[in-house]
Design a protein around this ligand. Structure first.
Ligand SMILES: *[C@@H]1O[C@H](CO)[C@@H](O)[C@H](O)[C@H]1NC(C)=O
Ligand SMILES: *[C@@H]1O[C@H](CO)[C@@H](O)[C@H](O)[C@H]1NC(C)=O
Ligand SMILES: *[C@@H]1O[C@H](CO)[C@@H](O)[C@H](O)[C@H]1NC(C)=O
Ligand SMILES: *[C@@H]1O[C@H](CO)[C@@H](O)[C@H](O)[C@H]1NC(C)=O
Ligand SMILES: *[C@@H]1O[C@H](CO)[C@@H](O)[C@H](O)[C@H]1NC(C)=O
Ligand SMILES: *[C@@H]1O[C@H](CO)[C@@H](O)[C@H](O)[C@H]1NC(C)=O
Ligand SMILES: *[C@@H]1O[C@H](CO)[C@@H](O)[C@H](O)[C@H]1NC(C)=O
Ligand SMILES: *[C@@H]1O[C@H](CO)[C@@H](O)[C@H](O)[C@H]1NC(C)=O
Ligand SMILES: *[C@@H]1O[C@H](CO)[C@@H](O)[C@H](O)[C@H]1NC(C)=O
Ligand SMILES: *[C@@H]1O[C@H](CO)[C@@H](O)[C@H](O)[C@H]1NC(C)=O
Ligand SMILES: *[C@@H]1O[C@H](CO)[C@@H](O)[C@H](O)[C@H]1NC(C)=O
Length: 805
């Protein structure tokens, strides 16, 4: 020992802690019993006499606790590992490699488990050393026989003076920093042919060769001066690279089976910090090979284009990476497509075509049409729910069309005249859950029934109520409630997704996390996985079985009506499920809760915020009543059914369900739709149910928003204030509106608006539906566009009893 360190190596040692030389490092031989432990201080165990190569432990990736037993270039700054032992079994800190006589090198973890050992040792090891060629050698006790050499057990790299015999293989790594076995391999076959091919991991199933020399060689030889050739029996050379000539003394060479599939010969100046330079690539264009039994060079639905001789994978328009951390992996469509989805929204212009020039996917076609112009090809793909992509190109002088389905494989750039990939992309991707999510937290139906009873008792002292109640019961029995909604659903164009029950069980983890309970069913929190990619949160409403008619068509019609609504003040329906008796609706999710908790919580929300919420609800209702192709009457407007999104915009939920429920309730109706306290008198009387019932509920809601209190509260207020509607009218008539908002400074300073809102509310809660304004008029009044006239007394009990008809 006692080799002085070359000055150059010293320089690097100082520059880079990476090259710290350990105390235990050996230049020369180690004998059985010698060992080396994986730690950051003692990275190098053996160094070749010239100092060019080192053997020891390296970190393969960022994890500083995992070590790879390996050989690397010791004098250059880039970490260049040329051989590695435990590629599938990284060594934890403290693991130890030991030279043993009978088993060669053995790598064991601290707990004693064996991580790796040399295979096929030919004899007993007497010593080990790192040769200047980069070959790690174990010699027998009589120094003349090599019982094991790293050159005979290659990984992904050949070094000068290394010879590959027939039957040997180089395997690529999985990636730059993952040393597990990768997809690509170089094989020197028994027949003397040198080939490159890919395997389909995790198996060794081999795809067709993408490069071959067709030689009848004996050896693959990497010469000292970077010349790589197949040496034949008759001593002729099949040259892969030429001799690099006189520069051999100044250059390092290596030939590596790279993880992107290229077998590359590199050189690196010995005395400089410049990078490795690629001298030759095999094959020259890695994008051209096709593997008919796998995704090809890139992942599925991806295409390969050559940049600086190396393959780069790209996703087509409308597609994105399945795994954002794997830029060379598969791509997924950013939209939902399929015959089932299309069936739910059978309009032809759901999709548009994005054209990519000179891109080809040679496989995955299911039909070829010829002669067929590019335009015909586009149309044909747009109208075909199976078609994901079509290729239009000239074949034997005639335009042809190849329609393809997913997944696409072996995509690549191919410079060919008139070659066009027609990618079918969904136009409206807004239905894809992605951004704003709502929490359809339909609170437990915490309408306090006892309060309602008290309320009723207030009325009860008017003896007429008894008669009225009897009448109500009678009329409910007798009457089929008619909701006069237009049945006009010819143009169904919702973007709803169909979910299987199984899928929703999985999404909600077996209906575990209950968000709330409403009149129609229970809402659960769930996470849905669309297109294998991202998960996102949803609210899954499981409609009470038996409540909804089982007819498939009617259910779908109603769901489609709901699905066609698009308004920023509505909670979005994303999809549904109908299986056997199960009926489920999948909604946007948002964690901001209900208007009820917002209004009746501990602190009063700001006046301005409340006004904005009012406007939002009014606009949402106006949309449901007037602006949908099919009018939707909500029937259950209350603060528990208004949710707030991330920006505290009001979002109406549960709309459209009343109609669903009504379908089979004519005989068994036991409860009036809607929630007590918010329902209009029509429900109790022999009058048609119109959109005006929602106007009534909105009026109640508006008063609650103004006052931040529930419409009926017997405990917190004295008798004259207990019924909000009555109290509000009293205050209005007496000019004491300030009492309604108590100490709300903001509201008090905004007297004009306060008065207007109260007046609008009083118009909305008129007993007589014909006196109530439409939602359109309501929004105009709220915005101050039309004048609000003095409202009459909303419930003129003394003159006209509500049940009198
Ligand atoms: C380096 O390893 C040797 C044994 O291989 C050990 O004796 C020595 O303590 C180690 N040095 C440090 C600093 O851990
Ligand atoms: C020992 O450690 C290795 C690596 O951490 C681990 O895979 C193995 O399960 C452990 N074996 C025992 C017996 O604890
Ligand atoms: C093993 O060593 C013997 C000589 O000791 C030699 O003849 C034989 O070829 C070697 N086998 C291998 C596989 O290296
Ligand atoms: C070590 O490498 C030199 C070339 O640098 C070579 O001549 C020699 O045979 C090698 N020794 C062994 C034992 O492989
Ligand atoms: C390397 O990739 C394989 C397969 O994907 C994986 O199982 C392994 O954990 C990876 N190793 C490291 C160190 O990341
Ligand atoms: C040597 O063999 C190769 C095929 O392996 C053949 O192409 C070549 O003609 C042969 N050369 C001589 C001189 O026989
Ligand atoms: C291969 O290269 C060597 C020297 O580098 C040269 O002598 C030989 O003629 C070349 N063979 C062929 C087939 O080009
Ligand atoms: C070496 O390559 C790295 C990236 O691969 C680059 O950042 C660096 O500039 C290169 N150095 C030289 C001297 O070319
Ligand atoms: C795939 O390629 C192999 C070899 O080229 C060929 O034998 C096989 O028929 C091909 N299979 C398909 C499905 O094209
Ligand atoms: C993807 O491929 C490019 C080109 O082959 C390569 O530079 C890059 O490192 C690869 N990325 C990964 C994560 O494999
Ligand atoms: C919809 O597509 C456009 C352009 O293709 C894209 O910018 C946008 O992010 C997409 N939106 C969603 C929600 O995916």
């Amino acid at each position: 020992m006692g080799f002085p360190l070359p000055p150059f190596l010293f320089c690097i040692l100082i520059l880079s802690p990476f090259f710290l030389v350990a105390q235990s490092q050996s230049i020369g031989n180690v004998t059985p019993g010698a060992s080396h432990t994986a730690s950051d201080i003692n990275s190098t165990w053996l160094v070749s006499p010239s100092g060019d190569f080192a053997f020891g432990f390296q970190h393969p990736n960022e994890d500083k606790d995992l070590f790879l037993l390996s050989i690397w270039y010791a004098k250059i700054p880039e970490k260049t590992i040329v051989w590695y032992a435990n590629r599938d079994n990284l060594a934890p800190r403290g693991s130890k490699v030991e030279l043993t006589a009978d088993r060669g090198l053995v790598l064991t973890a601290q707990n004693g488990s064996e991580l790796w050992k040399t295979e096929s040792l030919n004899g007993t090891a007497g010593s080990g050393f790192m040769n200047d060629t980069g070959n790690l050698v174990l010699q027998g006790s009589n120094r003349n026989i090599n019982v094991w050499e790293s050159f005979n057990d290659p990984r992904d790299t050949l070094l000068p003076l290394q010879i590959m015999e027939r039957g040997r293989t180089l395997s690529s790594r999985l990636s730059e920093s993952n040393f597990s076995k990768g997809r690509f391999q170089l094989q020197f076959l028994q027949d003397g042919n040198l080939v490159l091919n890919s395997i389909n991991l995790p198996t060794d199933y081999m795809n067709e060769n993408y490069y071959q020399t067709n030689t009848n060689g004996l050896q693959l030889v990497f010469g000292q001066s970077g010349d790589l050739y197949v040496l034949s029996e008759n001593n002729t050379k099949f040259n892969l690279t030429s001799d690099q000539g006189s520069s051999s003394g100044q250059l390092y060479f290596r030939a590596t089976m790279d993880f992107d599939g290229l077998f590359t010969v590199y050189s690196h100046p010995k005395d400089s910090f410049s990078n490795w330079t690629a001298l030759r690539y095999f094959p020259e264009n890695m994008c051209l090979p096709v593997f008919n039994q796998s995704s090809g060079v890139c992942g599925y639905n991806s295409y390969c284009s050559l940049e600086n001789n190396r393959p780069v994978c790209k996703c087509p328009t409308g597609y994105s990476l399945l795994d954002p951390n794997d830029p060379n992996g598969s791509c997924k469509p950013d939209f939902i497509q399929g015959c089932k989805e299309d069936e739910l929204s059978p309009t032809k212009d759901l999709y548009e075509i994005e054209v990519l020039n000179s891109i080809e996917w040679p496989y995955s076609d299911y039909v070829q049409l010829k002669p067929f112009s590019e335009e015909e090809c586009k149309q044909s793909c747009l109208e075909d729910c199976m078609c994901a992509v079509a290729i239009s190109r000239i074949d034997n002088g005639v335009f042809g069309c190849w329609k393809k389905k997913l997944p696409l494989s072996n995509g690549r750039v191919q410079n060919r005249q008139n070659l066009k990939a027609l990618i079918k992309v969904r136009k409206d991707n807004s239905s894809l859950p992605g951004q704003p999510f709502l929490n359809p937290e339909i609170r437990k139906r915490n309408e306090n029934d006892t309060l309602i009873l008290v309320l009723l008792s207030v009325f009860a002292f008017l003896t007429l109520i008894l008669l009225g109640a009897l009448w109500v019961g009678f009329s409910i029995y007798q009457k089929k409630l008619k909701i006069n909604q237009r049945v006009d659903r010819v143009n169904v164009d919702s973007n709803l997704r169909y979910f299987s029950y199984e899928e929703l069980i999985k999404a909600t983890d077996g209906f575990k996390d209950e968000l709330g309970r409403g009149a129609f069913g229970v809402v659960y929190k769930g996470a849905i996985n669309i297109n294998m990619g991202s998960t996102f949160l949803v609210g899954v409403k499981k409609l009470t079985t038996g409540l909804v008619q089982e007819g498939e068509k009617e259910f779908r019609n109603e769901v489609n009506v709901i699905g066609r609504t698009h308004h920023k003040n509505l909670v979005r329906l994303l999809g549904f499920c109908e299986e056997g008796p199960q009926r489920l609706l999948v909604y946007e999710y948002m964690s901001n809760g209900t208007l009820a908790s917002f209004l009746f919580g501990d602190s009063k929300p700001a006046w301005n915020q409340r006004i904005q919420i009012t406007f939002g609800i009014a606009r949402g209702l106006l949309y449901l009543h007037d602006e949908c192709s099919t009018q939707i009457i909500h029937c259950d407007i209350k603060p528990q059914n208004i949710l707030l999104d991330d920006y505290n915009n009001a979002r109406i939920s549960d709309f459209g369900l009343a109609k669903l429920l009504q379908m089979n309730q004519s005989q068994t109706n036991t409860a009036i739709r809607g929630t007590k306290g918010y329902v209009a008198g029509e429900w109790f009387r022999n009058m048609p149910i119109t959109a005006k019932v929602d106007v009534y509920s909105f009026g109640i809601l508006l008063l609650e928003i103004i006052c931040c209190r529930r419409s009926v509260d017997m405990e917190a207020f004295n008798e004259e204030q207990a019924i909000l509607t009555d109290w509000a009218y009293d205050c209005y008539r007496e000019g004491t509106l300030y009492a309604l908002v108590e100490n709300d400074e903001e509201a008090l300073n905004d007297k004009k608006n306060l008065e207007r809102l109260v007046m609008v509310a009083l118009w909305c809660i008129q007993e007589d539906p014909y006196l109530r304004p439409t939602m359109r008029k309501v929004t105009l009044m709220l915005e101050g566009v039309v004048e609000v006239l003095v409202p009459p007394c909303p419930s003129p009990y003394t003159t006209t009893a509500p049940w009198r008809d």
